[in-house]
Ligand binder design. Structure first.
Ligand SMILES: [Zn+2]
Length: 260
C-alpha cells in the first residue's frame, strides 16, 4: 500500500505536540544533555494488551522510554537511567563501545519506530556491560518487544511479508528474554520489581508465557493468582487469561487428535 503522506504528516504533528526535550545528567560521564520525552498531561490511556502493554492516543510513549547519553553512549530505560553504583559506573566507563555515542539520537522532533528500536539496542548494550539486576535487563527486553509490536501494528501495510515475519520473530525473542529474566528475578530479588508487585509480575509472566505458546507454564502461574490476598483487578484479568489459555490448549489438542 502507498503511504498517505498527508495522513502521515498529521500523525507526526500530533505526536510531536506530545513531546518535549527533557534534561538529564549522565551518571556515567556527568555531562548534561537533552532527550525527547512524552508530556504526562498529553497521555490519554486507551487500554492495554493481554500482557499489559499500554496504548495511548496520539503517541506511543514506549518509543521514548530509552535515554541515551550522546557523549559516552550510556543508554538505559528512563526508569533506571539514574540508578548507578560505582561498580556499574566503572564497568560502563571501560566497556561502552565508541560507536554507541555516534548512534545516540540527538536531532529531530520525534522518533520513528526504527529509530526507537536503535535506541533500545544501545540500552541493551549498556545492560550487557554492567552487572545490573535481572529485572532491569528484563524490563528493557519487555519494552523493546512491545515497541516491535507497535511497529508491526502501525507499519504492517508498508512492510514486506519477510519483514513482518522477521519482526514477529524479533518480538518473540525479546519477550522470551524478558520472561527468562523476570523468572530469575523472582528468586533473586526483592519486590517491587520494575515498579510491579509480586501479583502483577506473576500475571505479566503468565501472559508472556501464553503469548510464547508455553500454555502449561501460564496456567500454573495463573493458579497462584486465585487466592484471597490477590486484588480484584489482577484476579479478574487472571481469570480471563486462564479461560483464553484453556481455549487455546483445547484447540491444539483437537488439532492433534485430527492428525492421528
Ligand atoms: Zn554519558
Amino acid at each position: 500500500m502507498e503511504l498517505d503522506v498527508e495522513k502521515y504528516n498529521e500523525m507526526v504533528k500530533q505526536e510531536e505536540a506530545c513531546l518535549f526535550p527533557k534534561s538529564y545528567k549522565c551518571p556515567v560521564c556527568d555531562e548534561d544533555f537533552k532527550s525527547l520525552a512524552v508530556r504526562k498531561a498529553k497521555m490519554i490511556a486507551q487500554g492495554t494488551d493481554e500482557d499489559l502493554r499500554p496504548h495511548f492516543k496520539w503517541v506511543d510513549p514506549l518509543k521514548y522510554e530509552v535515554v541515551v547519553c550522546p557523549v559516552c553512549g550510556y543508554g538505559a530505560m528512563a526508569r533506571y537511567f539514574d540508578e548507578m553504583i560505582p561498580t556499574w559506573r566503572k564497568q560502563l566507563q571501560q566497556g561502552l563501545p565508541s560507536f554507541a555515542k555516534d548512534r545516540a539520537y540527538i536531532g529531530g522532533n520525534h522518533l520513528t519506530y526504527s529509530e526507537a528500536l536503535k535506541q533500545y539496542d544501545i540500552a541493551i548494550q549498556s545492560d550487557h556491560m554492567a552487572a545490573f539486576k535481572e529485572s532491569r535487563k528484563a524490563y528493557t527486553y519487555l519494552k523493546r518487544g512491545w515497541v516491535v509490536r507497535g511497529k508491526l501494528e502501525t507499519e504492517s501495510d508498508f512492510l514486506s511479508e519477510d519483514e513482518i515475519r522477521d519482526l514477529r520473530q524479533e518480538e518473540r525473542g525479546c519477550l522470551d528474554k524478558a520472561l527468562e529474566g523476570y523468572m530469575k528475578a523472582f528468586s533473586e530479588e526483592k519486590f517491587p520489581l520494575s515498579g510491579m508487585d509480586e501479583h502483577t509480575l506473576t500475571y505479566l509472566c503468565a501472559a508472556l508465557a501464553s503469548r510464547l505458546g508455553k500454555y502449561k507454564d501460564a496456567i500454573s502461574m495463573l493458579s497462584r493468582l486465585m487466592g484471597p490476598s490477590v486484588n480484584a483487578r489482577i484476579k479478574d484479568k487472571a481469570y480471563d487469561l486462564k479461560e483464553n489459555v484453556r481455549e487455546r490448549l483445547k484447540e491444539i489438542e483437537a488439532a492433534q487428535r485430527a492428525l492421528q
